[in-house]
Design a protein around this ligand. Structure first.
Ligand SMILES: C[S@@+](CC[C@H](N)C(=O)[O-])C[C@H]1O[C@@H](n2cnc3c(N)ncnc32)[C@H](O)[C@@H]1O
Length: 207
């Protein structure tokens, strides 16, 4: 188990070599595929996409598997070890992402059509600020694909390792509204660990 007294970033550096396999064996990659392949959640190819807190880029990889290569893809994560593995995973799919080593709020790339963020705002000190920072990464009218942890005993176990937070559905949709989003759809992962730990949300930047 990871040393919970170590800074979060170094803990994710340590976790990076096995993170991609973990996402697959626990069903998160398949869960992301299911979320993005729902017909109303699919997208055309001519979009710019940014994956924030990308880890080994499982969510971005699922985007490419479902929608094909986007016009541009940017990965943001404070962990260099995660970014390097995300780069390798996407290069295997003939996509060359831009890499930004930064925390959410530290980087200001050109606003994207799509922002993806899976299991990231759980780590941010203030979720409303984090959602506003995600909004600022989007062009007006752009779409956020968010995956967030929800209250469940499985997350109590995960908390022992990662000290993340969870959000009730009414709480996260209210926060999204306050941050300048309209919640378009809430997605229930159908099976496995993702069905117990997480929910997917598609939201549009209103302002
Ligand atoms: C639970 S992992 C999720 C990784 C990936 N999105 C996935 O679904 O596999 C959280 C990731 O967010 C990154 N992270 C942690 N705090 C962050 C912050 N404040 N801003 C951006 N990324 C952060 C970590 O380095 C880690 O890669």
């Amino acid at each position: 188990m990871t040393d919970t007294s170590a800074p979060l970033n170094s803990r994710y550096d340590v976790a990076a070599p096995r993170w991609g396999d973990k996402m697959r064996t626990l069903g998160y990659y398949d869960g992301y595929l299911g979320f993005l392949s729902a017909p109303e959640n699919q997208s055309g190819p001519d979009v710019s996409v940014t994956d924030v807190g990308c880890g080994t880029a499982s969510f971005a990889e699922a985007w490419v598997a479902i929608n094909g290569a986007p016009a541009s893809l940017t990965l943001i994560d404070p962990s260099r070890a995660m970014l390097e593995r995300g780069l390798a995973a996407l290069q295997c799919r003939d996509v060359e992402p831009g890499l930004i080593q930064a925390l959410l709020g530290q980087a200001a790339p050109r606003p994207s059509d799509v922002v993806m963020a899976a299991h990231v705002i759980e780590h941010c000190p203030d979720p409303l600020t984090a959602l506003r920072q995600l909004r600022d990464l989007l062009r007006p009218g752009g779409r956020l694909y968010l995956v967030v942890s929800k209250p469940h005993w499985c997350n109590s176990i995960i908390w022992l390792q990662w000290r993340h937070r969870t959000f009730r559905q009414d709480e996260i949709t209210a926060l999204l509204g306050d941050a300048g989003f309209h919640t378009d759809r809430v997605y229930a992962f159908p099976s496995g660990p993702p069905s117990r730990t997480s929910r997917g949300i598609v939201a549009t930047r209103t302002g």
